[in-house]
Each structure stands twice: as C-alpha cells, then as structure tokens.
Design a protein around this ligand. Sequence first.
Ligand code: SAM
Length: 181
Amino acid sequence: MRESPHEAVSRPPVRVRKPAELRAVRRRRAHRCWGHLTVAPLWPQHGANLGTLLRTCDATGACLAVPRHPWVPEALERGNTLPVRSCVHWVHGPETWLERRRATGWRVLGVELAEGATRLADLPMARVPTVAVLGHERTGIPPETLDLLDEVVEIPMIGSGASLNVAVAGSLVLYRLAGLM
Ligand SMILES: C[S@@+](CC[C@H](N)C(=O)[O-])C[C@H]1O[C@@H](n2cnc3c(N)ncnc32)[C@H](O)[C@@H]1O
C-alpha cells in the first residue's frame, strides 16, 4: 500500500486561539478614516449585506460608503455586531461622489461580472487610495456608472449560480486590496 502524503508530513498540532489571546492582538477602538480603502455598495437593497460589509471593513481597515436612504442608518446599527463601528461615509448621488473621488486621486474599481475584467487572483494590493464599487443586489452596477470605473474585477465562479452575494463579493475584494490574502 502507498503511503499517504499527508501521513508523511509532520506538523505541530492545531491549537485554536482563545478569545483572550485574540483580544490582546486586536485594536481596542474602531479604526479612524485611513483614507486608503473604501467599499461602496451604492445601490443597496438588503440591510443585512451592509452589516456584513461593516464587519469586513473593521477587519481590513476599510471605510464603508453608502447612500443615506432612510432605512440605511438603522440597518447599520442593527447589522453592526461589534462593540465599535467602522468609518462610514454618506453618499448623496453616486455618480457625483465617484467623480469627486477620482478628481482627488482615488482609483475607482468596479466589482462586477464583466467582459475583460481582471480576475480576483490577479488583483494586486492597493497602492493608491481605492474605492471598490458594488452593484445592486439584483441589477448590478448601473450602465451610466460604468464609464466612471478605472478598472473592473471579477471573482471567477464554477457553480450553477449566476453571481455571489454582494457582501461576499465585496469582502473577498477588500481582502485582496488590503493585502491580507
Ligand atoms: C447579485 S450581483 C448582480 C449581478 C448582475 N450584474 C446582474 O445584473 O444580475 C450583485 C453585485 O454583487 C457583486 N458580484 C456578485 N458576484 C460577483 C462576481 N462573481 N464577481 C464580481 N462581482 C460580483 C457585483 O458588485 C454585483 O453587481
């Protein structure tokens, strides 16, 4: 019988980190606006996705940019499962807001299933201030906004579903941009 390659590898036993150990290496307060990474679900439909993105913002040091629809502040309060909250920018008019970011040197990266897009694995860590724009849960990034994107990144999929959940897509892209994976 052939020896399994797994049996041949010797490694220390796995020890799951304890909550107190994790607390000791985490920031005690929410990060301030670092002006480096922002994730922008500019046409949100479901509050739960905003809460998930807020948690990823905390983990990656990013800010969240959202329109001030009447239901959004409450959705953020409810969705924030951490004792502190990450930096939130309120957007009045997605196109104007994106144009202003570009004018001040930000790179606008669309996260979308699009022809000619960069594959997630080829997306380098952000070297300039970058905003990652997420589309509407059903209809994606509106056509009139596509001209404002400097680049588009797509997360490859091999399943039967047409697309990923928007908060999952945004979280994967933030991790790449932050250089954490
Ligand atoms: C459910 S998708 C909408 C997909 C599609 N554009 C449409 O019109 O049906 C919502 C958003 O999630 C993000 N998204 C989901 N899956 C993605 C993927 N595989 N690659 C890149 N972005 C994705 C995009 O921002 C997209 O606009």
